[in-house]
Design a protein around this ligand. Structure first.
Ligand code: SF4
Length: 382
């Protein structure tokens, strides 16, 4: 029985258990599962720069310079032209000036309050447009999106999220990142194993694993490139819950005693100490047990289609057919049903091996046509 899980599997199962089935059991490769988007790049650049920081190489470089070096490496690998790189640097410098007027409070809202998300204000948009940055972002996009192989992201309320903004935001995140003392760092951007009880192990990535006065600390990043941060998210973060279950043995340290959830755009952080004993930590175990027991429930049965509309499997689940597996693999259901009917006639319906066979056939999407091809091939060979 499967006892070791990747964190992403648990996350996908909790998001929708049918999604788990289609992605990991039926392995529907024709669907585009969680493609990397432009919005993933700032967090990834920061995480990779932390990895370099932890090695102790380039102690002379600031964190901003390390993040820039990550981008420079990516752009070299993707063969981005020098003109585009120059345009990107110019974009970041000019956008940084405009953004800092809002973030520093030089430009305030009408009532005198600070802007939390300047990109929602018409003033910011006008300034960006007048500075020619909208056109520049389009040009940079045309030269970078395809070589990077990422999909364009759309941020809620804000709109399209360009490569140029991904670059600029990653540097802003670097400026707001309080680096630990190097000697506190046990590991950075590294996979650790969370032990969820009953022999269940979950591999999850720690952005930082630190050792200091408060014992072993794991750091989680909230890296969606938006400024708004709600501190209550920290206690509901599944990654943080998983990291709290790491026993530190592989690194020769003790149990994780606290998890710091760091929101990269706002620079805010929340430390959580009770997650290991929180009842929420049982959700990991329950999800793993659901997978082990083949429990799959489509999210659409709740009647709320919000998640389904954004899901890569929507084309399967929101199809006209009642059974999503049948929509994905036409013919599978009737083939499975016929096996069941035949087995009942033969008095074998209670046979567990037969149940396993029906399930395995459904999962490998063997259709009646496949079976016919197989039988005719066998007859020919005979
Ligand atoms: S479309 Fe909805 S029900 Fe289907 S896998 Fe996605 S979230 Fe689940």
């Amino acid at each position: 029985m499967k006892e070791h899980f990747a964190f992403e599997e648990i996350q996908d199962y909790l998001s929708c258990s049918l999604l788990y089935y289609l992605k990991y059991r039926a392995k529907m490769e024709s669907l585009s599962w969680a493609p990397l988007t432009t919005a993933d790049l700032p967090g990834e650049a920061v995480a990779q720069a932390l990895g370099v920081f932890a090695t102790g190489q380039h102690p002379e470089m600031s964190f901003r310079e390390l993040v820039r070096a990550v981008w420079a490496t990516w752009m070299k690998q993707k063969r981005i032209g020098a003109d585009t790189v120059t345009m990107l640097l110019g974009y970041e410098a000019l956008r940084g000036q405009i953004m800092s007027e809002f973030l520093s409070g030089k430009i305030k809202k009408k009532g005198g309050k600070h802007y939390v998300e300047p990109r929602l204000s018409s003033r910011y948009r006008q300034m960006i447009e007048h500075a020619g940055l909208l056109a520049a972002a389009e040009q940079i996009e045309a030269h970078m999106l395809e070589p990077f192989g990422v999909s364009p992201a759309e941020l809620e309320l804000i709109g399209p999220y360009r490569m140029a903004d991904a670059y600029a935001d990653s540097l802003l995140m670097a400026d707001r990142y309080p680096l630990p003392e190097r000697e506190e760092v046990i590991a950075a951007n590294t996979d650790v194993v969370a032990k969820s009880g009953a022999g269940i192990e979950i591999t999850v990535r720690a952005k930082l694993l630190l050792q200091g006065g408060s014992g072993t600390t794991a750091v989680v990043h909230l890296d969606e490139p938006v400024f708004y941060f709600d501190a209550t998210w920290a206690g509901r973060n599944l990654e943080a819950i998983a990291l709290s279950l790491h026993d530190g043995q592989a690194h020769g340290v003790g149990d994780v005693s606290q998890v710091v959830v760091r929101h990269l755009m706002s620079g805010q952080a929340v430390a959580r100490r009770q997650l290991r004993t929180s009842r929420l930590s049982l959700s990991l175990l329950h999800a793993a047990r659901g997978i082990q027991a083949d429990l799959y429930l489509p999210q659409f049965l709740s009647g709320d289609f919000t998640r389904c509309r954004k899901c890569p499997a929507a084309i399967v689940c929101l199809d006209q057919k009642e059974d999503p597996i049948e929509a994905a693999y036409p013919g599978t259901l009737s083939w499975s049903e016929r096996v069941v009917l035949a087995s009942e006639k033969a008095g074998m319906s209670g046979d567990p091996a037969l149940r396993d066979l029906v399930q395995a056939l459904a999962e490998t999407a063997v259709s009646t046509q496949d079976l016919a091809r197989f039988m005719s091939g066998r007859d020919d060979a005979a």
